[in-house]
Design a protein around this ligand. Structure first.
Ligand code: ATP
Ligand code: MG
Length: 215
């Protein structure tokens, strides 16, 4: 019997609301793919986001965000869209998702990809130690949202409290958020080059972000 080691596939996971997905998300996925030598990155829109829902923010329904995300990455071989969270009925917790991925892909090394703003909130997520037990973290700075010193502090804190394995990746500063894009659409301003053309079309065709009557 062969004793050759089974090959380990390195899978990145970029979770987010993606309301809408924009070039910041896509360049983050590419930076992680290149710098951590990943084999693929799963882009995973959230289902019902308990954080955002509880703040009474209006979030576009999961199915629509899933379709929009699929449209964004359709022709990129190493980017895949995952519907695990969007298809789930209730709240989604990252630790459950990671444990599900662990059992779906037992031979994969899992890398959860986050921006600094998300990393700084992770101690408030449900069962953080179970997240850090199931995957490694790749984090990038997000200038304008979280300073470099605060990020370093958050990294040491999570390492100390939970034994988290966290690596930093570098990304040019892309000062774009989904919030900006929703506001620009609402104000009838162009969003060209801030999102892929397919996403721009999707937003237009589905009348997203135009005001109270929609989604
Ligand atoms: P919103 O303004 O609605 O909060 P967002 O642009 O922050 O949207 P999310 O879907 O909340 O997008 O973010 C998903 C993940 O992508 C998070 O880990 C976040 O830190 C990261 N991210 C989003 N935009 C950028 C960006 N411009 N540069 C680096 N990381 C980003
Ligand atoms: Mg955000």
């Amino acid at each position: 019997m062969s004793t050759a080691p089974r090959s380990i596939r390195k899978t990145g996971i970029l979770g987010g609301t993606f309301d809408p997905i924009h070039i910041g998300h896509l360049l983050l996925a590419v930076a992680a793919y290149e710098q951590a030598q990943l084999d693929r990155v799963l882009i995973m829109p959230t289902g019902i986001s308990y954080f955002k829902a509880s703040r009474e923010m209006k979030v576009t329904d999961p199915q629509t965000r899933l379709l929009m995300t699929e449209a964004a990455i359709r022709d990129v071989p190493f980017l895949e869209c995952s519907d695990i969270e969007a298809k789930r009925a209730g709240n989604s917790y990252t630790f459950e998702t990671m444990e599900e991925l662990r059992s779906l892909f037992p031979d994969d090394e899992l890398y959860y990809i986050v921006g600094a703003d998300a990393l700084c909130m992770m101690h408030l997520w449900k069962e953080p130690e179970r997240i850090f037990r199931s995957c490694r973290i790749l984090v990038t700075e997000r200038a304008g949202q979280v300073g470099s010193a605060r990020l370093s502090e958050a990294i040491s804190d999570l390492k100390e409290r939970y034994g988290a394995v966290i690596d930093r990746i570098t990304l040019r500063n892309i000062d774009i958020s989904s919030t900006d894009i929703r506001e620009r659409v609402m104000q009838n301003k162009p969003i060209r080059w801030m999102v892929p053309e397919t996403v721009e079309e999707f937003i237009r065709e589905n009348g997203l972000y135009r005001g109270e009557a929609q989604h």
